[in-house]
Every structure is written in C-alpha cells, then in structure tokens.
Design a binder for this molecule. Structure first.
Ligand code: NAD
Length: 489
C-alpha cells in the first residue's frame, strides 16, 4: 500500500534494528471501512526489556545527551524526512486513524512535523547552565552553578486520537533535551509510530538505541515500560483511568511521571456574547474528528434565558456536519476509532436518554454508512451539569447543553468537574471575561474563539486532567533534571 509499510507488517525498532515481535503480529483496522489494513509486530514484555536496554546503553555510553548541536541536526533531519514522505504519512493517518484529510494539514500531521523545528531550536539555544554566583555558608565561600541535564531513558506511551501530534510532542522535546526514548504507541495506531521508526532509521543520523519503537496489542507491554527499573521517566498521554495505573506502576521505582489525561471542558457563554455564534462554533468543534479530542469543549454552559436559542443553534450547526468519509476534503466528523469506542459512545447516549436528556440532533449510528464506526454528531439538552454525560468523558461527537444563572454560577459549574484540561469563554466585556477566565481552574482557555495550539504554547491539565505541561519551553523542561555544582571560590 505504502512505501513506509512493508507488506508483511511493520517491525519493531530496537537498538537501531528493525526486528519482529516476540508475539507475532496483530492487525490494524481502517475505522471508516472496518477492513484490516495489514499487520504490525506484536511485542512481548521481553521485547520491551530489550528496547529499554538499548535506550539505557545509548544514554549511558554515548555523547548523545551532551552534543546539543548534533541533536538539533538530527531533529531537523527527521522533520525533513517526514516532510519528504508526508503523502505516505497522510495516507496512513487517514486509513489507520480515520482522521479527516482536512486535519492532516494541521494538528493531525503537518503541524507536529513543523513543530520539530521548535524542539531543534531549543536544543541549540537553551541555557544549560546558570551561574548563581558565590555564597558563604559556615565560613566557606562557594561558586554555585545550576546545570540542566537530560533525565535519562524516557518511556513514552501514547493514545490513538492524534498519534503523530502526541508521538512528536514527546519525542521532539525528549530528544532535544538529550534523553533516549522507548515509544509505546496505542494498539489502534501502530503504523503511525512504525512509519516514524522507519524514517528515523533510513533518513536520520539518530544513533542506534536513541529511539526505540515497540508496538503491541497488550497493554501489559506498556505496564512493563512503566515499571522498568532502568527507565527514568514516563511520559504518558491517555485516559485518566490508565493515568492512575501508570502513576501507581511508576511509584515502585519512584520515577518521574508526566501525565496528559482526559477532559470534559466547558464553553462558558456570558449573556453579552453572540450566543448563537458561540453555540454554533462550539458544536462545530465537538464534531471535529468525531469528538476524539481531549481538549474539546463538550459542555456548553449558556444563560438560562437564552437556553432554547443556544440549543437550536448548536443543533443546526451539528446537523450540517454529518459523519462522513475521512478521505473527502469537506469531512469534519470521520469515524470513531473502533467498535469498542462506538459502543462506549452509544452507552453514554443510552444513559442520557434514561436520565431524561433530549437528543436534539444525532444520537444514532450513521444511516449513510453500513460499515465503519460512524456516529452522528449529537446535541443533548435538558440535563444538568451533575448528570453522567456532563461529568464523564465520552470521547465522541457529543455536546451537552447546560443552563447557567449568571457568571458566578457559570464558573461554579465549569469547575464542577473532576477534569481541568481546557475550556472557552465567550463575552463582549473584556473585564467580565477576564474575571471568568480567572475563576476557571483549567490548563488552557480560549476567549471568543482564540486558538491556543502552537509549538511554543504549553498545554496540559489541572486536577485529574494531568500533571505537567506538553509543548512550549515548559514541555521541554519536563524532560530535564537539575544538578547544582558548588566549588570553593
Ligand atoms: P488509554 O488510556 O486507553 O491508552 C493510552 C495508552 O496507554 C495506550 O498506548 C495503551 O496501550 C497504554 N496503556 C493501557 N494500559 C496501560 C497500563 N496499565 N500501563 C501502561 N500503559 C498502558 O487511552 P486511549 O483510549 O488510547 O486514548 C483516549 C484517552 O486519551 C482519552 O481519555 C483522552 O482524553 C486522552 N488524551 C489526552 C490528551 C492530553 O493531552 N491530555 C491527548 C489525547 C488523548
């Protein structure tokens, strides 16, 4: 199908070699057609041990962590290799992830490729040492220097919804900082990661063992990476539930844990906003990639007196965005990733109905598609913020519209969630908007439609949405240790 994907299936990348998986292969499926695309190497926990050993040796026995200019060059080689193969990568991304082609020119593919430049520049320009000057303690004068160094071996575990974005948002800064990496992608999207491995091997000078890619359909292989005593840090993106297991698994060796987890973000519309425009835009964003985005604003909080108008605007917007073929240029809402994910979304729709929710539009599988995991973009009305579908992450194209009674109540409801990943505020008085922004406990906020996604912008969660920040300088510093060196002056 594609020059990056061998017909017999994609291999593992361990210690600079492409190797088969100890557990044979597993299938990767096109979520838009339910066809088996092909196969990927299925790693065992022993394969994971070999990958960790390779990463450990590359970190301990080479100059990789000290040669900043070389790492910048390698990251740029990777960016250029991905650019040169972008059409093959696009084909894989649409087929394996079900990602609408429109999104591959942004955060699904081309955005994160360009963002590698930000990581390369950090490797070149970061201040690795800070001189604190001299200080006297118990009669001894010492000069103190703070050095920033790579953490060591990083275990990167990623989900399937934006595989290139998340793989590269970990790999870029982790490598720029001088670490070596074992990447364990989600079982649903092994080819996106394997293609990256093949490009690293064929088109970059990244030394053997610096990047290892271990695909598997066994979550236990990820657990092995988390628990491994030779791994210094785990960088995890996925569900809050798995995040808890990762934190527990990492606790036995007390390794650094960086977590990007789930969300149930609120779009807060104030009574002086263009309420129909805000509702319509929010509904549109929740349909993007079938709602499989952690930062989507899936709760729409609107003034009670404008509730009916907001529901109508949201439903009209979503009704115009039917689930469709991700290969078509105009498609916004493609399929869900798997039958299991579709069942999960349908289960939540049943719960909404049983709780007295009104399905204003959508609420069913797509009638147009007899195959593929399509669910129509859905608006649910008449439920409160305490309902199950307003509290739990659905990870499908489902918007819940909730009434609020003024700014203070809107802030209270926005914060009445175990999550704090993202959100938006809509209003025309900047001071009022700012008070609401100050009141919401969340890692990222958009005001009146502002876009926050960029290489230099830190992204991450409050509360149970995670620990730490990805991207930006903050995302790079997650992968650094701090060493203080004191010398008699
Ligand atoms: P998931 O938690 O099921 O799996 C994520 C990864 O963890 C996969 O690679 C999986 O194999 C691995 N894994 C599973 N159990 C493990 C264990 N015990 N130990 C180690 N690894 C384990 O998540 P998913 O279904 O792939 O992705 C969807 C979730 O990801 C959603 O909750 C979404 O909000 C979240 N997400 C968060 C962000 C963010 O930046 N905050 C971004 C994208 C997705």
């Amino acid at each position: 199908m594609n020059s990056l994907i061998p017909t017999e299936g994609t291999p593992l990348l361990i210690g600079g070699k492409l190797v088969p998986g100890g557990a044979g292969v597993f299938a990767t499926v096109n979520p838009a057609t339910e066809e088996i695309l092909g196969h990927a190497a299925n790693a065992t926990p022993e394969d994971m041990d070999a990958a960790v050993a390779a990463a450990r040796a590359a970190f301990d026995e080479s100059d990789w962590s000290r040669d900043h200019a070389f790492r910048a060059r390698c990251l740029r080689q990777l960016r250029e290799a991905m650019r040169a193969h972008v059409e093959q990568l696009r084909e894989i991304t649409i087929a394996e992830v079900g990602a609408p082609v429109l999104l591959t020119s942004g955060p699904q593919l081309e955005g994160p490729i360009s963002d590698l430049e930000f990581a390369a520049q950090l490797a070149e320009t970061y201040s690795w040492e800070t001189d604190l000057g001299t200080a006297v303690q118990m009669g001894i004068t010492s000069r103190r220097v703070v050095r920033r160094e790579a953490v060591g071996v990083v275990g990167a575990i990623t989900p399937w919804n934006f595989p290139h974005q998340i793989n590269l948002a970990k790999l870029g800064p982790a490598l720029a900082a001088g670490n070596t990496v074992v990447l364990k992608p989600a079982p649903d999207t092994p080819w996106c990661a394997a293609a990256l491995g093949s490009l690293i091997l064929e088109h970059t000078d990244i030394p053997a063992g610096v990047v290892n890619i271990v695909t598997s359909d066994d979550h236990g292989v990820g657990a092995r990476l988390v628990e491994h005593p030779d791994v210094d840090m785990v960088s995890f993106t996925g569900s809050t539930r798995t995040g808890r297991a990762v934190m527990t698994g990492a606790a036995t060796t007390l390794k650094r844990t960086f977590l990007e987890l789930g969300g149930k973000s609120a779009a807060v519309v104030l009574d002086d906003a263009d309420i129909a425009a805000a509702a319509s835009y929010t509904a549109f964003t929740v349909a993007v990639h079938a709602g499989q985005g952690c930062a989507l604003t899936t709760r729409l909080l609107v003034p009670r007196e404008s509730y009916a108008a907001a529901v109508e605007a949201a439903a009209k917007s979503m009704a115009g965005l039917r689930a469709g073929d991700p290969n078509k240029p105009g498609t916004i809402c493609g399929p869900l990733i798997s039958a299991a994910q579709r069942e999960r979304v349908e289960r939540y729709l049943d719960i909404a109905r049983a709780d007295g929710g009104r399905i204003v539009t959508g609420g069913t599988r797509s009638e147009k598609h007899t195959r593929g995991f399509f669910v129509e973009p859905t608006v649910i009305a008449d439920l409160s913020n305490t309902s199950t579908v307003a509290q739990e992450e659905i990870f499908g194209p489902v918007l819940v519209v909730i009434a609020h009674d003024g700014d203070a109540d809107a802030i209270r409801q926005a914060n009445d969630s175990p999550y704090g990943l993202s959100g938006s505020v809509w209003g025309s008085d900047p001071d009022r908007v700012d008070r609401v922004v100050n009141g919401i406990r969340t890692g990222t906020l958009s005001v009146n439609g502002g876009l926050w996604y960029h290489a230099d912008a830190p992204f991450g969660g409050y509360k149970q949405s995670g620990i730490g920040r990805e991207m930006g300088v903050a995302g790079f510093e997650e992968y650094l240790e701090t060493k203080l060196v004191a010398t008699p002056a």
